[in-house]
Design a protein around this ligand. Structure first.
Ligand code: TYD
Ligand code: MG
Length: 451
């Protein structure tokens, strides 16, 4: 092992021999910080270890019993409830509502009879109590602590043996055998390591809160993500009241599942029917709007895609995207130009997913293209129509998964028409008139005349 200080990139966790302005491993600038080694360093390799016990794959293991919190949106994202002795990281921007969510979750778990501890390193106990009062949670039997010294916290947990401990946040925790400041890479890494180990050894489920940096990494390197069983992100656009809890990693359930909440004056309210909510403030049918029938995890979610296309005064026209990958927009614009001869050169393009939702599915391509074309041609898409389908570089429409679920959700919300790729497995799409199209050219011809 290296003696003396080492230098670690806070963005990717790569370790360097000396300081540099740019990390060779991930290309981030100004991300390398000096780290002093752990005082209790690992023994030199080659020291004799003891043999480990081996088993075979056929060993019968019961599926982990789960404790549901009673908050359906949270339970769904966890894969059906809390798994005992699991370690969960909840990441999100400062101020997005992590502490609010977890205080509500703690109260909810405690009311089901689970022994629950909430440790805040960011707020004084009185502040947390005030928040609890505002949220109407004071009757829930949650044990509350305000502490940042992890050694004291672990001793307390060992004595109390709760079923669930919530640590808010990992950036405020510090270990006295690590020499750097709280929030530094080595403190965050060491503290997370101690907590995860404790969870496994003592059978206590631990939820760790972590603030996310501007670039979207959990501050302190991503190593925390690798250590835990489950990583949830709490996200939302500032200025929108919707909050989405998204599973990005889950050893005990499907990833990519979402839970939808609304931030109100009395805390976070669960949103059982997100489609209705995302479409609720739809304007009257106007050019540039298309409704995408999407799937988030196991649940169909309808969202409105809005586009605005206007002549650009600039040499390089603007491409502004909210809620969607900007590379995807460039690809769709290029396909429209190359395969359908519809140029966007000299035009500013603004694209937006309404309601602060983020769409990652390639199935949204067709709805994006439809919104763009509709804005450019100034022709409104029929308001009772939903669209979905992936666009390939050749301009062909590729079928996507769960067509039947998408159509059912659309029908439930009063839509009567759908555009889907050819060869989609429609299932029983009652009440929907589905038109299947082989490629983008056919779509343009059908909806916008000759194109
Ligand atoms: P908080 O949970 O403290 O965020 P985090 O822990 O992620 O930093 O949430 C803070 C924001 O939430 C704050 O701007 C106020 C808002 N809020 C409400 O709108 N309603 C509420 O009932 C509460 C408790 C907070
Ligand atoms: Mg907080």
């Amino acid at each position: 092992m290296a003696k003396g200080p080492s230098f670690t990139c806070t963005a990717c966790g790569a370790v360097h021999r000396k300081w540099a302005g740019k990390c060779d491993a991930c290309g981030a600038w100004n991300s390398i910080v000096e780290e002093s080694p752990l005082t209790a360093g690992p023994k030199a390799l080659g020291a004799r270890g003891k043999g480990i016990e081996l088993t075979d794959l056929a060993t019968q293991e019961a599926p982990p019993p789960r404790a549901p919190s009673g908050m359906d949106e949270l339970d769904r994202v966890l894969g059906g409830g809390l798994v005992p002795a699991s370690a969960i990281l909840v990441g999100g921007d400062p101020g997005i509502g992590k502490s609010t969510l977890l205080l509500q979750a703690a109260a909810s778990f405690a009311r089901t009879g689970l022994k629950c501890l909430y440790i805040s390193g960011e707020e004084a106990a009185a502040q947390v109590r005030m928040r609890a009062q505002r949220l109407g949670l004071t009757d829930a039997p949650v044990a509350l602590g305000a502490e940042t010294n992890l050694r004291d916290i672990l001793t307390t947990l060992d004595k109390e043996r709760p079923a669930l401990a919530i640590i808010d946040s990992i950036q405020t925790m510090w270990l006295d055998n690590v020499e750097s400041a709280p929030g530094s890479v080595s403190q965050v890494r060491a503290a997370a390591h101690e907590l995860v180990n404790f969870a496994k050894k003592r059978g206590v489920a631990i939820i760790i809160v972590g603030h996310v940096t501007k670039e979207g990494n959990i501050a302190g390197p991503r190593v925390v993500e690798h250590m835990v069983d489950t990583v949830l992100y709490f996200e939302g656009e500032r200025g929108h009241q919707f909050r989405i809890l998204r599973a990005v990693k889950n050893r005990f359930g499907p990833a990519d599942e979402i839970g939808v909440f609304e931030m109100t004056g009395d805390g976070l309210q669960q949103v059982a029917n997100p489609s209705a909510l995302f479409l609720s403030d739809r304007d009257k049918p106007a050019p540039g709007s298309a409704v995408f029938a999407g799937i988030e995890g196991t649940r169909p979610v309808l969202t409105e895609i809005q586009a605005l296309v206007a002549p650009s005064p600039l040499g390089t026209p603007r491409r502004t995207v909210v809620g969607l990958d900007s590379g995807r927009l460039s690809t769709i614009l290029a396909v429209l130009e190359a395969r359908c001869a519809i140029p966007f050169a000299g035009l500013d393009v603004f694209l937006n997913v309404a309601g602060g939702m983020r769409v990652n599915e390639p199935a949204a391509d067709l709805a994006v293209a439809a919104a763009l074309l509709s804005a450019r041609e100034d022709v409104a898409i029929p308001p009772e129509m939903v669209l979905f389908g992936e666009i390939s570089l050749s301009g062909a429409l590729r079928p996507v998964s769960q067509t039947e679920n998408r159509l059912k959700e659309a029908a439930k919300l009063g839509f009567t028409q759908a555009i889907a790729p050819s060869r989609s497995k429609l299932g029983s799409a009652e009440g929907m008139r589905v038109r299947q199209m082989p490629d983008l050219t056919a779509f343009v011809g059908e909806i916008f005349g000759a194109g």
